[in-house]
Design a protein around this ligand. Structure first.
Ligand SMILES: [Zn+2]
Ligand SMILES: [Zn+2]
Length: 370
């Protein structure tokens, strides 16, 4: 028998073509191979596998992290305000940073959304959920999932993102933060850049576990989980408190010696990365060339109580919340859907029984665009 192929989501190793459209009664498509963790923390450690994963394509660096790094480099060299001008809070540089962030958001999230959801270039091939974003739904602001998601992502979260940048630039300008000089410490400078996506994953996991604590879930994180069927704009569709906690990932540079570029890359990685992580499709897309998407995180949106982290650090595996996506695979016996009530929505699993049969239609009264 042929060994199972590995997921082609962003941290995957072996590219594979998507199988034919076989969907269950809920209109869901599942990759016929399990999600696998990256080899970095797999025992026994295989140096060749790790190197291939670090620098191969698709892998850790390419394509996604390299693209995000290139975006940050372009932002730094072309749009970053002079640090001296940030010594005082002034409208000029502060509004410029906000406009820059908005442009980046519309470019990144907009590109995914245009390709997959407006032009529908991939059709529903590899789309985990056959439905398109909800319209005429009381669950979402303005009765429309995409408009709701844009409001939270490009409106509210973008402001919080920019707020972190305003405060941090002001602190750097006034020499209140530990500074790492690239000329004096080029190796540390490079290693810090390489480590930022890992730090992001670690921070995300713990913040995410925290906001799944029932009282916080109900008041805060349920807003993000309205998106059972996510699209790129769902990425930062978060309650302001969640956005604040999530983006606080970049505050590590307030204590660990860093260059302002590390801070910029960390924050842009957090701000732009979720577009691909929520695109709702199994990569690769664009003539099967561009590796994107995260089945790992999609399963979290679909089942709520699994896969809190991502697929490099095996934190979910260590804490028993990993689901590999196969119907009979690892984590398949985890509780199916949670019973917390999302405001304005019926509980997803009103009986709270584990293991809702897959061929049962999803309990929803929303109308979806055909
Ligand atoms: Zn999410
Ligand atoms: Zn969650």
């Amino acid at each position: 028998m042929e060994p199972p192929k590995k997921s082609t989501s962003r941290n995957a190793i072996v590219p594979s073509t998507k199988e034919e459209e076989i969907r269950n009664a809920r209109g869901e498509w599942r990759p016929p191979y399990p999600i696998r963790y990256a080899p970095l923390f797999q025992w026994p450690w295989r140096i060749w596998e790790v190197l291939k994963w670090l620098w191969g394509h698709p892998g850790y660096a390419f394509p996604l992290n390299a693209m995000l790094l290139a975006t940050s480099a372009a932002s730094w060299f072309l749009t970053q305000p002079a640090i001296e001008s940030c010594k005082t809070f002034e409208w000029g540089w502060m509004s410029w940073v906000f406009v820059r962030n908005e442009l980046l958001i519309w470019l990144w999230y907009g590109a995914y959304y245009l390709w997959l959801y407006v032009w529908k270039k991939e059709g529903t091939k590899g789309k985990y959920d056959a439905k398109w974003p909800a319209r005429n739904s009381r669950t979402f602001l303005f009765g429309d999932q995409v408009k709701d998601n844009i409001f939270w992502t490009a409106g509210v979260s973008a402001l919080i993102w920019t707020g972190f940048e305003w405060i941090t630039l002001w602190m750097y300008a006034n020499q209140r933060l530990p500074y790492l000089s690239p000329a004096e410490h080029p190796v540390w400078f490079g290693l810090w850049i390489l480590a930022i996506p890992l730090w992001r994953e670690f921070h995300f996991y713990w913040i995410h576990r925290l906001i799944h604590w029932k009282p916080l879930y109900r008041r805060i994180h349920s807003l993000h989980h309205k998106n059972v069927n996510p699209n790129p704009w769902s990425g930062m569709a978060m309650h302001p408190v969640e956005a604040f906690l999530y983006l606080s990932v970049a505050c590590i540079h307030w204590v660990v010696p860093s260059h302002p570029f590390h801070f910029l890359f960390n924050l842009q990685h957090a701000g732009l990365g979720p577009a691909g992580g929520h695109d709702g499709f199994e990569g690769p897309i664009i003539r099967e060339k561009f590796h994107t998407g995260s089945y790992f995180h999609y399963l979290h949106h679909r089942y709520f109580e699994c896969n809190y982290g991502e697929s490099i650090l095996p934190l979910d595996k260590w804490f028993g919340t990993f689901r590999d996506g196969l119907p009979e695979g690892e984590g398949a016996n985890l509780r199916e859907e949670h019973t917390f009530r999302v405001p304005g929505q019926e509980p997803k699993n009103p009986h709270g029984k584990p293991g809702t049969p897959e061929n049962e239609p999803a309990p929803t009264s929303e109308k979806h665009e055909a």
